[in-house]
Design a binder for this molecule. Structure first.
Ligand code: SF4
Length: 294
């Protein structure tokens, strides 16, 4: 049997990786799905954590797309909260391909916590990896059950031959429990948390909070330039990264859809308002969402 930890570079999966190594030793392996749209610090962190724990790292990429930007341009649109094909194409499919390529019983360890969201709270601490292929995971618009269909034939063959189980060992932990566990085990979470980001993943994610986008605009403008480049590479010029309701219509040049320039202008102009509600920067206070300053 093999045990793999789905490691995103975020704190939850890091805690899982530490937990798994403490439980099973170095035979555990880490799997990182590279969207091609991560912060450089995340790539470094992923490698450093694996080196520190002495575990093998598998970096998976989409076989179809050269990363987030290429995927969006090829599809002629950016993903959205309603059409989150980014997760499917850049994370789920590469991971399913990886699982199917393992000709043995498998344990896949995921850093999912029930207090992250309502949908996550309904998940189980342990289940079959391919559960969504054999049991409905939801309903479509007409109320019909929805199943995963990706490589279904291969999935059924794999299921006949091997067991593949998902385990979520930190399901009941709080985010602060996770941070404490990482620190107690002489590691540090991804440096992005120290810089004021509450989530690690695509930089930025399509669901990025405005306060985090403000940090990116100020400190990492090259990531904004990258989005603009993708937008200008779109065949249809009305396809933009940020959702239509991300900023008020009055702040949009065309009153229909915000361009990245519109969003940047709005967020910069809104700086003072945001700071009324959020922790100010640069006055010696901890910038970290999880109070990471010792
Ligand atoms: S982090 Fe955000 S943008 Fe990236 S794959 Fe996940 S949902 Fe999509």
């Amino acid at each position: 049997m093999k045990a793999f930890v789905s490691f995103s570079g975020g704190k939850d999966s890091q805690a899982c990786l530490i937990w798994a190594v403490k439980t099973w030793g170095q035979k555990v392996e880490a799997v990182f799905c590279d969207t091609g749209h991560e912060h450089p610090l995340t790539y470094i962190h992923v490698q450093e954590v694996c080196d520190q724990l002495g575990v093998a790292l598998h970096t998976l990429k989409s076989k179809k797309y050269a990363g987030f930007g290429d995927m969006s341009i090829q599809k002629g649109r950016f993903p959205s909260t309603k059409a989150r094909f980014c997760t499917e194409e850049l994370k789920i499919k590469p991971m399913v391909d990886f699982v199917l390529s393992q000709e043995t019983d498998l344990l896949v360890i995921q850093g999912i916590r029930k207090d992250e969201s309502n949908s996550r709270s309904k998940m189980e601490e342990q289940c079959h990896y391919f559960k969504g292929w054999i049991e409905p995971y939801g309903k479509d618009k007409k109320g019909r059950p929805r199943f995963n269909t990706y490589r279904k034939k291969d999935v059924l063959i794999h299921m006949e031959r091997y067991s593949s189980t998902i385990m979520r060992p930190i399901f009941d932990w709080t985010s602060q429990d996770v941070i404490n566990y990482i620190l107690e085990n002489n590691q540090k979470p991804n440096p992005l948390y120290y810089k004021g980001f509450s989530r690690v993943g695509c930089f930025p994610c399509i669901m990025c909070r405005q306060s985090e986008l403000k940090l990116i605009i100020e400190k990492y403008p090259e990531h904004i330039d990258k989005i603009k480049e993708w937008e200008s590479g779109m065949e249809k010029k009305d396809r933009h990264f940020f959702p239509p309701n991300y900023i008020p219509k009055r702040a949009m040049t065309n009153r229909i859809w915000p361009t990245t320039d519109d969003v940047v202008k709005y967020i910069k102009g809104k700086n003072e308002t945001i700071e009324v509600f959020e922790e100010p920067e640069g006055d010696g206070r901890c910038m970290s969402y999880y109070h990471l300053c010792e």
